[in-house]
Design a protein around this ligand. Structure first.
Ligand code: HEM
Length: 512
């Protein structure tokens, strides 16, 4: 008799379990059935064994097979790729607060002290404060104007340097690297530091090249968290070593500024002198009541973003523009005609000329269309489940916005594979860098748009205008332009670009 209530209990428990499991199965199935289509891959590893080195090419090819939105699995990680302007709009405009979150790889976390930088930190108050600090204190219009003399000084140094290489093979990436690095370093640490930094030039360039390669390598640890502690491919170890090398260059400069700060406090010197970015950060670190709790690690994380991330994408873009110009000599001569007209040949380029250089601007925009430095932007991770293109994108999915495919989409662009800067001369289209026209997003769009855009735009224009105004450039006899791409988070040319300068400006003494 006592077993009857027990039986009832069993039956009730069984019924509840069946109902629960049915709901769960239904829900999972519904999510799965509402995922976008995509290649199947293998059990457990998914699509991982099929990944190719040039991911952006492969993802663009897959969009031709599976349509503008598709998915694949990398181990246990669901990835979704968006390949059209209208899907981009759904993500960066309509649902930006959900998709402003990041999905950093382990290597990225290691290289930024656990995502304490701007680029990889999750969407939230920490990211907002850090980005505001960077944009307001370092890249405000006022600060950019007051740092013009630094940019001018470095660009002039570069022109004088090219003058010593007349008629000989010149590494364009190297020229761009030295100039950009010196500008960024002097904005952060002050111009006195440039000489010190130049001693580390070669070593630092190696780091700048390695950084996006390590971050862009598919890492098994990212897709099978259980295996992460074994670091099977050694990528985590490489990222740790990279960070150590960067620290060995940045730490002495930071320590010197800390010492200067404490000497100044002891001497009670209150100067009105312009502060370097590092000085501003260190002073904020000491103020406890400003709402942001800064410490040295967070400061270094921001510096890694600016110094490594910013330098790399800028020099890569300059190298691509020069490559396209060498490949299209008529376009190069049109740029030089414009420079002759706007700047004149008895004068040197100043930043005040840049807004008048419409054709050069169009050439740079067209280059960034065909060769966006970050063709898949920085991958996103929705903070909650969302619907895009009618499909479910579950929370935690890795979302690639394939700007490379969008920039070459024949529905969005006429003759998309041809280099035609003229398409950017029509002012009625809003084809600028602000990320408002969804068919053109070289700097991304929405809340996570590139934070360094105002500096990048100035530096690229200023450097190219100066190089093309002062010199004619040609390839070595018998060589063709190489347009092949390397791989990584930032897409570089697979081979360095060497070109030969000959003087164009009648009087290079103007640069003395
Ligand atoms: C041609 C030069 C550059 C290009 C093409 C470029 C492109 C980009 C892109 C595509 C993103 C990701 C946007 C997204 O995910 O929606 C980004 C992020 C970022 N860029 Fe740039 N960038 C350039 C130069 C710079 C420079 C010079 C700096 C710093 C001085 C810089 C600092 C940053 C930072 C801090 C972020 C992270 C923004 C965030 O997550 O909130 N970039 N950049």
């Amino acid at each position: 008799m006592a077993s009857a209530p027990l039986n009832d209990l069993w039956i009730a428990a069984l019924t509840v379990s069946i109902v629960f499991l049915t709901i769960l199965w239904y829900k999972l199935n519904k999510v799965e059935s509402n995922l976008p289509p995509g290649p199947r891959g293998l059990p457990i590893v998914g699509f991982l064994p099929f990944l190719r080195a040039n991911l952006h090419h492969q993802l663009t090819e897959l969009s031709q097979q599976y349509g503008p939105i598709y998915k694949f699995w990398l181990g246990g990680k669901l990835c979704v790729v968006l390949n059209s302007p209208s899907l981009a709009k759904e993500v960066v405009r309509d649902q930006d607060s959900i998709f402003a979150n990041r999905d950093p790889p382990i290597a990225g976390l290691v290289a930024t002290y656990g995502g304490l930088d701007i680029g990889f930190s999750p969407y939230g108050s920490y990211w907002r404060d850090m980005r505001k600090l960077f944009v307001r204190e370092m890249l405000s219009n006022r600060n950019l104007e007051s740092c013009y003399s630094l940019r001018r000084q470095e660009v002039r140094k570069t022109i004088k340097n090219v003058h010593t290489k007349i008629g000989s093979l010149t590494d364009i990436g190297e020229l761009a690297f030295v100039t950009e690095m010196n500008v960024i370093m002097s904005m952060i640490f002050g111009s006195n530091f440039v000489e010190e930094m130049e001693k580390h030039g070669t070593e630092f360039r190696e780091l700048v090249i390695k950084y996006p390669q390590i971050l862009g390598r598919p890492n098994i640890s990212d897709f099978f968290p259980m295996l992460a502690r074994f670091d099977l491919q050694g990528i985590q170890k490489d990222a740790e070593a990279l960070l150590k090398s960067v620290e060995s260059i940045l730490d002495p400069a930071i320590n010197e500024h800390l010492k200067m700060l404490s000497d100044r406090r002891e001497g009670e010197i209150q100067g009105n002198e312009k502060k370097d970015f590092i000085q501003i950060l260190l002073e904020l670190m000491e103020q406890k009541d400003i709402g942001i709790s800064l410490d040295l690690v967070k400061i270094k994380a921001i510096l890694v973003d600016i110094v490594i991330g910013g330098t790399d994408s800028t020099i890569t873009t300059i190298e691509w523009v020069m490559t396209e110009l060498l490949n299209n000599p008529e376009t190069m001569s049109k740029v030089q005609q414009e420079l002759k007209h706007v700047v004149g040949m008895n004068n040197i380029v100043e930043e005040s000329h840049l807004p008048e250089l419409h054709y050069l601007d169009a050439v740079i925009k067209e280059t960034l269309r065909l060769h966006p430095a970050l063709p898949l932007l920085i991958p996103k991770r929705p903070s909650q489940s969302a619907i895009v293109g009618g499909y479910t994108i579950p929370e935690g999915t890795k979302v690639f916005l394939n700007v490379y495919a969008i920039h070459r989409d024949p529905h969005a662009w006429e003759s998309p594979l041809e280099f035609q800067p003229e398409r950017f001369l029509n002012r009625s289209t809003n084809l600028d860098y602000a990320g408002n026209n969804m068919k053109y997003l070289p700097f991304g769009s929405g809340r996570r748009i590139c934070a360094g855009l105002p500096l990048a735009e100035k530096m690229i224009m200023f450097m190219l205008a100066s190089l093309l105004h002062s010199f004619d450039w040609k390839l070595p006899e018998g060589e063709n332009v190489d347009l092949s791409e390397g791989f990584g988070l930032v897409i570089k040319k697979s081979k360095r670009l060497f070109a030969i300068p000959t003087p164009k400006l009648p009087n290079l003494d103007l640069y003395q």
